[in-house]
Design a protein around this ligand. Structure first.
Ligand code: ATP
Ligand code: MG
Length: 394
């Protein structure tokens, strides 16, 4: 039926000199995504468009699924290539296509021709008119609507004619790698994988840091986070994941500080360590799954206290989202089922019965002075013993 896809991408922010950079980045990401599936694929840039030519053992569903994970693609159009040696051969190809694709129901249509091959002896408008007329005659179920057609038939006349009418939605966004990199604080919850996905969608390469507390948290809890990273990596590409053993720091805070401030103080040390690795990696910011008011550690006062230790910008793409909306996205991107697996998290183990909801930064800093004896050594050890791995999609 077809063996070519035209990839549509958004036009915003890619005008002028940036356009070819954007297209190169997109083509590169498309090639990477298709390398993971069966079939042979040639990705080409032609006249400001990106095409995928498929051959070998390629599977339509698998190929479309792979393309739907490449940020920057707005639409995926299966293209039929037909001969356009003369108007008659073009017409025959177009009519065969329309009968196969659009003969089932009453619909309106419009033809839109672009003529890249100026040798072709008719203008675009003449081709539109002639094809429109011939389609009307051949397909009694179709009528013309030039303003809001159900079916927009695109005809691109080159050495051969490229015709398409179906647009499968892509994920949108920008190709990963076009907007620097950031360090995601990735827990096993619902929110942080979604936050990472959202930032990657804007073209940012993702690194990640996970804090665990063995033996209080299990190997399975850690594997769950690796699995979540894999799911995000299907969109973002490989993720460099840092797994920090946070146990001794947590126990020390538990011993030395008021229990109701535990979560906030812990979160501040997490951010410090994440920022250390972010700087090591050349990342331009931190990313968390925080949302105002979701839990006591995410009130405006708590966020102020956590934020105060960071020198890099902290991006919180979910800041104004309700939990329901976050859950919706996590289901859509395929992380939800893994996120709700019931393994313990280091934050929940040492959690106080009545955590402060309106912490005061001066008070928190005063409490942290009780940590001065050992905390630097503990931070150093946590950093030195961190396990680092590259997580790729399956
Ligand atoms: P999630 O947001 O992933 O569902 P959560 O809802 O339990 O986790 P918190 O525990 O308040 O939320 O954490 C808020 C944010 O802090 C998380 O979104 C994540 O970015 C970061 N974070 C929390 N725990 C960890 C952890 N163990 N390792 C790395 N980052 C963490
Ligand atoms: Mg959360």
């Amino acid at each position: 039926m077809y063996d070519t896809f035209l990839l549509k991408y958004g036009e915003i922010g890619i005008k002028g000199n940036n356009r070819h950079l954007f297209e190169d980045a997109l083509a590169k990401k498309v090639r990477e995504a298709l390398r993971r599936i069966s079939g042979e694929f040639e990705v080409t840039k032609e006249r400001g468009r990106v095409y995928v030519h498929c051959s070998g053992e390629w599977d339509e569903e698998e190929t479309i699924d792979a393309l739907q994970h490449v940020f920057g693609i707005v639409g995926i159009c299966p293209v039929r290539v037909v001969s356009c040696e003369s108007y008659e051969t073009l017409r025959d190809g177009v009519l065969a296509y329309m009968k196969e694709e659009h003969s089932k129901k009453e619909e309106t249509f419009k033809v839109k021709t672009r003529r890249a091959n100026k040798q072709f002896p008719m203008t675009s408008m003449q081709i539109d008119a002639e094809l429109g007329h011939d389609i009307l005659e051949a397909c009694p179920n179709l009528t013309v609507d030039v303003h809001r057609p159900d079916v927009l038939l695109d005809v691109e006349v080159r050495d051969e004619a490229y015709i398409y009418s179906r647009i499968i939605p892509g994920p949108g966004g920008m190709p990963v790698g076009t907007n620097g990199s950031a360090m995601l604080c990735l827990s096993g919850g619902i929110d942080s994988p979604v936050a990472g996905w959202m930032v990657a969608k804007r073209g940012v390469t993702i690194d990640a840091t996970y804090f665990h507390a063995p033996p209080y948290t299990s190997e399975r809890a850690k594997q769950k986070v690796v699995d979540l990273a894999k799911l995000v990596a299907k969109y973002s590409g490989p993720i460099r994941l840092h797994i920090v053993n946070f146990t001794d720091i947590q126990l020390y805070i538990y011993d030395q500080c008021p229990h109701e401030e535990l979560t906030i103080i812990m979160r501040r040390y997490m951010m410090k360590i994440a920022e250390h690795f972010a700087r090591e990696r050349g990342d331009l910011g931190l990313v968390t799954g925080e949302s105002i008011g979701q839990v006591s550690s995410q009130t405006m006062q708590s966020l102020l206290c956590t934020n105060a230790v960071c020198t890099l910008p902290v991006y919180r793409p979910l800041i104004g989202f309700d939990k329901n909306d976050i859950v919706e996205i996590s289901k859509e991107i395929g992380t939800y089922e893994t996120s709700i697996l019931p393994y313990e998290d280091c934050c929940t183990i040492f959690v106080a019965k009545h955590p402060v909801t309106k912490p005061n930064l001066n008070m928190i800093e005063r409490s942290e002075t009780h940590l001065s004896e050992k905390i630097d050594d503990l931070l150093q050890t946590a950093i030195e013993t961190t396990e680092v791995m590259t997580v790729t999609a399956d």
